[in-house]
Ligand binder design. Structure first.
Ligand code: DC
Length: 238
């Protein structure tokens, strides 16, 4: 009998993984190749931390940080400045593209993302954006909490040494002084907070496809994901 189903491509693709596992770079390329929208949810949590630091709201003040998150306006737009950026990040209409990557934000973002109220506000926004489909969503809890019914779930992982090397190269390219040992310590600190928090911890969904990127180039990971997309078939609903 002829199958009636016509869905041959996953419309919502969740890519989760720890800090510096390559999600942002790889997710952006995959989205581009599929002509899908791309949503990096880490930018949203970074925006909350960045705005708190910029406006003098204490990172420890859960109520004030949550209120700030509920009102936050974050836009990711095509780059308007030729300074190595991939895109512009506007927070409440101000260009904060580089500020969200600062050491201060790196040091506080995991703390703000522990707050349940911040997560509720961000999750709501992420689901709304993803509901239009044809989207690649990157984060920590996309396959488990934000989009548990995503058509395809990928979990990218890499050892802490490899991730630290990659992060260090990025920082040095931006003339930020950092050494490998310090980078490993910072990533370890973020891993612990991200994976041990009570609400929506970093975790691979049971039905996620795991890819370890330790010995793979960016192109190899992209190719792997695009092959998985090509071979994807919609599961029959029970
Ligand atoms: O992917 P990234 O390094 O830009 O993410 C920054 C932080 O945001 C990360 O330490 C944890 C938090 N985050 C989160 O809690 N949930 C997400 N879906 C995405 C990021």
């Amino acid at each position: 009998m002829k199958k009636e189903c016509c869905e041959t491509k996953p419309s919502t693709i969740a890519i989760d993984g720890p800090a510096a596992s390559g999600k942002s770079t790889i997710g952006a390329i995959v989205a581009d190749r599929l002509a899908y929208v791309w949503l990096d949810t880490g930018i949203m949590y970074r925006a909350v931390a960045c705005e708190a630091l910029e406006t003098g709201v204490s990172i420890d003040d859960e109520k004030a940080v949550t209120q700030l998150a509920e009102k936050l306006d974050v836009d990711v737009l095509p780059a308007t400045v030729n300074d190595g950026r991939q895109f512009d990040v506007l927070i409440n209409n101000k260009d904060r593209t580089w500020e969200i990557r600062s050491n201060e934000v790196n040091g506080s973002v995991s703390e703000v993302s522990v707050y349940p109220g911040v997560r509720v506000a961000m999750t709501e926004l992420q689901r709304k954006i993803a509901s239009k489909g044809d989207i690649v969503v990157l984060g920590r809890d996309i396959g488990t909490v934000v989009l548990p019914n995503a058509d395809l779930k990928i979990y990218l992982d890499a050892s802490i040494e490899v991730r630290a090397q990659r992060r260090l190269l990025e920082e040095l390219a931006r003339a930020n002084q950092l050494d490998l040992q310090k980078t490993i310590e910072m990533l370890r600190h973020r891993d612990v907070i991200d994976s041990s928090r009570e609400h929506a911890p970093l975790k691979a969904a049971d039905d996620a496809i795991l890819i370890n990127t330790d010995n793979l180039t960016i192109d190899e990971v992209v190719d792997k994901i695009l092959k998985i997309v090509q071979n994807w078939t919609k599961k029959e609903a029970n």
